[in-house]
Design a protein around this ligand. Structure first.
Ligand code: FPP
Length: 264
């Protein structure tokens, strides 16, 4: 992956970039974008204004990930549970997501960003789906950052779906029960082919995973911040990356074992 530290705006981040070890960045960052509604309410505005403002944070997070050479950024844009919000808010969000993606498509192509979608995408209204699909097609040749949007997504549903696919394959004789291992399950998830997130960031002050990437975050570092999503700017993102690098990832091993393997 290529890093672009000369990109516009990067010099303002110099102090934080100096504290970041650019050789130890996460390959995959997942984000739960929370706090749009509260951001708007605090200003006496309608919740949807918070979502509009949140699109700017999506842009900033994408830009910084791409400039740093991070390979995967996966954003929780709409959960299965979000369908239960007031219809007006759902309609606005669907329209906004479709519009934003359509508007950003030329820039995504220019910056070599590949758009990928995960979730029960077929539940998306046609207008939004068409725009998202057009962007997927337009960026399919891009091999820089993979920006994945989780839309109508539920981790439990994703796992249930994988279990059903496996059951069907066993029933039809295409898969043997003894060949069902972790890889067999992982390859039937929407995220097939992607590395697991190294870092999961949740904005908005809540400290839970909310049915997001349940299988994939088994060993992810979790970072929670009170910053509301529309306020999540590049310095806030860099704070999370700096914090991540202070942690020792042990994957069940001892600290001494990890030190021995990183030395060799
Ligand atoms: C959670 O905040 C946010 C969402 C459910 C939607 C996130 C969507 C966007 C930021 C727009 C995405 C656009 C693109 C292009 C992907 P909340 O409404 O739950 O906030 P609250 O907890 O303060 O009520």
């Amino acid at each position: 992956m290529t890093m672009n530290l000369q990109a516009p705006g990067m010099s303002e981040l110099k102090e934080q970039l100096d504290r970041l070890d650019l050789s130890r960045l996460p390959r995959h960052v997942a984000m739960i974008m929370d706090g749009n509604g509260r951001w708007a309410k605090a200003r006496g505005l309608e919740r949807s204004v918070g979502h509009y403002e949140g699109v700017k944070s999506v842009r900033r997070a994408t830009e910084l990930s791409s400039d740093l050479g991070i390979e995967f950024l996966t954003l929780y844009a709409f959960s299965t549970e979000n369908w239960n919000r007031p219809q007006r808010e759902v309609d606005i969000l669907m329209h906004l997501i479709g519009m934003a993606i359509q508007q950003e498509t030329p820039d995504l192509v220019k910056n070599n960003v590949h758009l990928r979608l995960i979730g029960d995408i077929e539940r998306m209204p046609k207008e939004a789906w068409d725009r998202l699909h057009a962007c997927e097609v337009a960026t399919q040749h891009c091999d820089g950052l993979t920006l994945t949007l989780a839309l109508s997504y539920s981790g439990r549903r994703e796992l249930t779906r994988a279990a059903r696919l496996i059951a069907e394959e066993v029933a039809s004789g295409r898969l043997r029960t003894e060949d069902i291992d972790e890889q067999a399950l992982a390859s039937r998830l929407f995220t097939n082919g992607m590395p697991d997130p190294d870092l999961l960031i949740r904005t908005g002050g809540e400290e839970r995973v909310s049915n997001y990437l349940l299988w994939q975050t088994a060993y992810s570092e979790l970072y929670f911040t009170d910053v509301l999503w529309p306020d999540f700017d590049k310095p806030a993102y860099l704070d999370a990356l700096i914090d991540y690098q202070r942690r020792e990832r042990r994957f069940g091993k001892t600290g001494d074992q990890i030190k021995a393997t990183t030395k060799s």
